[in-house]
Ligand binder design. Structure first.
Ligand code: GLU
Length: 479
């Protein structure tokens, strides 16, 4: 039978890394088994759900390379269908109207708190007579619909990630609320656990893969599946993503939404690759740099870990750097050129840009590094402390720069190349007994203001092509 999986995000915020990882696991599993991956937008909370969040979620998924096989379904368009199923549950006697008021519930909670008990409804209206119901309605009381949960029951399922899971009926918080409050004989808006079962059944979902925070919901939902005579899907509960302190990664951990990762300069392929291993470790060893397609050929839910997955920035950075290193030069150029344009940096030619891109490619971790690392090539860098110290401690530093200027003039060098620069350095070094190291470091300080930076000769070529090398050397001498 065709495997059908889904992501059911609530559009109450931007696409979160946890939701994106859940989407990825669903997608990988669907691809692995030639199945379908679907999306349902759970937008029934009309106050918190926003169209722009739906757009952000779908755009974010597309950006990391996840596509879907059918038009996304909006849960809000199915409210009347959900209500019909609630009616059905009422008719067959497994659900009932509960009139407990907010203040009565609060009172019950207080009592339970005092006695050290967890919050749990006492199912006080489970067996109301029709007369009692009429009386509550004519009193003007509102009601919710509750689904009966047998205290004695034990709910069991074989979780594809966690193995056997058991949940006791008595630990589910009392009879389950299926709908919001409504007056008279109305049924209020259906709530998550009911809607999710009706919709997953409608969408013929065969495998539900979602975060471990939904385990107790699964127990409740299984009871609804049974009451409605729906075929149960397989369930899998993925581990949470944890921060450095081992707590659930949350908004407080600075970066959590996919947008933010994009803005920081992560590549979608790298982020997707990293996320796949966030909680999943492949049994067979091998390269960790794998495309989504390659991952989909080896992904297995049974290999997903049960324990929380710590978010590891170093590993993500390493993977991102690998993707940058192996990226096509024109593609990388196109991506980083937009940063340069944003900075208002003008370059002499596209060829020059490509050479600079090539020069920086190996040392970049994030796309955004193209700003800091390219900056010295577009505007002169201040000479930093280490540069100043080097010049002060090495008498030959400025001297060597003067010799370079003289040589360039004498030999009428207009463009620096690998060959002529090598010849120049060798000649000055032997003629004036200056160590090559001193020469090179002095040049580096003239160009970058410090002793770090990309390949010196290739950099020099670029500086000379935009005619700034002489000026930078002169400036350093005059400093
Ligand atoms: N809307 C729910 C959420 O975002 C869906 C959970 C599920 O996959 O059933 O947590």
């Amino acid at each position: 039978m065709e495997k059908r999986l889904r992501l059911a995000p609530s559009p109450t915020g931007s696409l979160h890394i946890g939701t994106a990882r859940t989407a990825l696991f669903n997608w990988l599993y669907a691809k692995r088994h030639n199945g379908k991956f679907l999306i349902r937008i759970e937008d029934t909370d009309s106050i918190r759900s926003k169209v722009e969040h739906t757009k952000n979620i779908l755009d974010g998924l597309k950006w990391i390379g996840i596509d879907w096989d059918e038009e996304p379904i909006k849960q809000s368009s199915r409210i009347s269908i959900h209500k019909n199923y609630i009616k059905k549950l009422l008719e067959i006697g497994v659900a009932y109207r509960c009139f407990t008021s907010e203040s009565e519930i609060l009172e019950l909670r207080e009592k339970q708190k005092k006695n050290g008990l967890p919050p749990k409804h006492d199912n006080r209206h489970r067996n109301l007579t029709s007369k009692e119901i009429e009386a509550f309605i004519s009193e003007g009381r509102s009601s919710v619909i509750r689904f009966k949960i047998d205290e004695e029951i034990e709910i069991k399922w074989k979780d594809q990630i966690r193995g056997d899971i058991k949940w006791k009926g008595k630990d589910l918080g009392g009879d389950l609320v299926l709908s919001r409050r409504a007056f008279g004989n109305e049924i209020g808006d259906p709530l998550y656990n009911l809607a999710v079962v009706v919709d997953d059944n409608f969408m013929k979902i065969t495998h539900v893969v979602r975060g471990e925070d939904h385990i107790s919901n699964t127990a409740k939902q299984i009871l609804i599946y049974r009451a409605l005579n729906f075929k149960l899907p397989f369930f899998s509960h993925t581990p949470l993503i944890l921060n450095n302190e081992g707590k659930k990664l949350s908004k407080r951990d600075s970066v959590t939404s996919i947008d933010e990762f994009r803005e920081m300069g992560y590549l979608p392929e790298a982020l997707a690759n990293y996320m796949a291993f966030l909680g999943w470790s492949k049994k067979t060893s091998g390269s960790e740099i794998l495309s989504l397609l390659e991952l989909s050929k080896i992904f297995n839910l049974s290999e997903v870990n049960k324990a929380g997955a710590k978010f590891n920035w170093e590993k993500l950075n390493w993977i991102n750097a690998q993707y940058i290193k192996k990226m096509d030069l024109p593609k990388l150029y196109k991506l980083i050129k937009s940063y340069w344009i944003e900075m208002g940096w003008e370059s002499p030619s596209k060829e020059w840009d490509l050479k600079l891109t090539y020069l920086l490619q190996d040392s970049m971790i994030l796309l955004k590094d193209a700003i800091d690392q390219a900056k010295p090539f577009f505007s002169s860098s201040e000479i930093q402390m280490e540069g100043k110290e080097f010049i002060a401690n090495n008498k030959q530093a400025k001297e060597s720069l003067r010799f370079i200027l003289e040589y360039i003039k004498k030999e009428k060098i207009s463009i620096i190349t690998k060959e002529n620069s090598k010849e120049m350095i060798n000649k000055i070094s032997t003629d004036h007994s200056i160590k090559k190291g001193i020469l090179m470091k002095s040049l580096r300080i003239a160009f970058f203001g410090c002793l770090r930076g990309p390949d010196l000769i290739q950099s020099w070529e670029l500086f000379s092509e935009r005619k700034s090398d002489i000026l930078l050397i002169e400036r350093c001498i005059a400093s």
